[in-house]
Design a protein around this ligand. Structure first.
Ligand SMILES: NC(=O)c1ccc[n+]([C@@H]2O[C@H](COP(=O)([O-])OP(=O)(O)OC[C@H]3O[C@@H](n4cnc5c(N)ncnc54)[C@H](O)[C@@H]3O)[C@@H](O)[C@H]2O)c1
Length: 295
């Protein structure tokens, strides 16, 4: 495996491109928006330089890593010579199905097609391709260069050989793989999202304020950050979308997103990316928003 196509150069795509390039792979980074590609290259360079400053890599490694990344604005040009594709475009089923059809037509027959989706069915994406045995989930965590886990998700038709290849590859790029099967939310979000949703309910019902809820989980359960702050980082729209997938997938009301979460998403309070969620992020750091805002 030499050339890796990464589709989508947003939050996750730039981190995935960074990690593959740093580990010696040629990376074709693909996005429909040229400005997203520019931003991604700038972010990767900044993050590589930060690693140089911390003496984790040499200046030479940083330079070589960056030089391994080429950018493309369409899938057909970008995946023509790829041995592996990691799809990390916007989390929408119709969009991902369209992208998987395009990759399947343009990528070589031996190419393995993976997706970084947080919640969309691998089996459903595989079904639009002519190679469902070579389609698999590779769920990286944010920020990708820092977080060790890759959740590997087997679709219904994924072959054992492909699973083994992706497991070995994950280790080669310095990650620790954990295997999951293709059911809504896989492992990570099946457990994380109900916890976040319950934290929002705890706030909604007035059991505790934002700070109290996050403090209890941080200091009492040794979580590195509280669930409401984590929701702000992930994006409240993303949390709601994943809860919707769990709710629809299992038909169980316990997964229905809390009305407060729905209200906040409708009000455009999406967390860090919109400047306000459970906390205010307008100064680049977290400020507490008083509980009155949630009544
Ligand atoms: N953000 C997270 O914390 C996180 C964590 C794990 C997994 N994920 C998953 O990773 C994927 C990407 O999420 P993100 O947060 O990086 O999103 P993002 O919005 O930051 O980036 C998505 C990028 O995809 C591009 N895109 C849209 N349509 C495209 C197309 N047809 N071809 C090429 N590029 C296209 C957009 O221009 C954008 O730059 C999603 O499936 C998401 O569920 C996100």
């Amino acid at each position: 495996m030499k050339t890796v196509g990464v589709i989508g150069s947003g939050t996750m795509g730039n981190g995935i491109a960074h990690v593959f390039a740093q580990n010696g792979y040629k990376v074709n980074l693909i996005d429909i928006k040229p400005e997203a590609l520019e931003r991604a290259l700038a972010t990767i360079e900044k993050n590589l330089n930060r690693m140089v400053a911390k003496e984790k890599i040499t200046e030479e490694v940083a330079k070589e890593s960056l030089s391994r990344i080429s950018t493309f604005t369409n899938v057909v040009d970008g995946v023509g010579e790829c041995d592996l594709v990691v799809e990390a475009a916007t989390e929408r089923l119709d969009l991902k199905k369209k992208i998987f059809t395009e990759i399947d037509n343009a990528a070589p027959n031996h190419c393995i097609l993976t997706t970084n989706t947080s919640s969309i069915s691998i089996t459903e994406l595989a079904s639009v391709t002519s190679r469902p045995e070579k389609v698999i989930g590779m769920h990286f965590m944010n920020p990708v260069p820092v977080m060790k886990l890759v959740e590997i998700i087997n679709g219904y038709s994924t072959s054992n050989e492909v699973t083994k290849t992706i497991e070995d590859l994950s280790k080669k790029i310095g990650k620790i793989p954990a295997m999951a099967n293709d059911y809504p939310g896989f492992i990570a979000n099946r457990i994380l999202m109900p916890m976040i949703n319950e934290a929002v309910y705890t706030l909604f019902e007035g059991v505790g304020g934002v700070q109290e809820i996050d403090t209890v989980m941080k200091l009492g359960m040794a979580h590195p950050m509280g669930p409401l702050q984590l929701a702000d980082f992930i994006g409240l729209d993303v949390c709601k979308a994943i809860l919707d997938v769990l709710y629809e997938g299992f038909g169980n009301p316990k997964y229905a997103p809390c009305p407060l979460l729905v209200n906040m998403v409708n009000a455009g309070k999406l967390g860090v990316k919109s400047g306000e969620g459970f906390y205010s992020w307008t100064h680049g750091t977290k400020d507490l928003i008083v509980s009155e805002s949630f009544k």
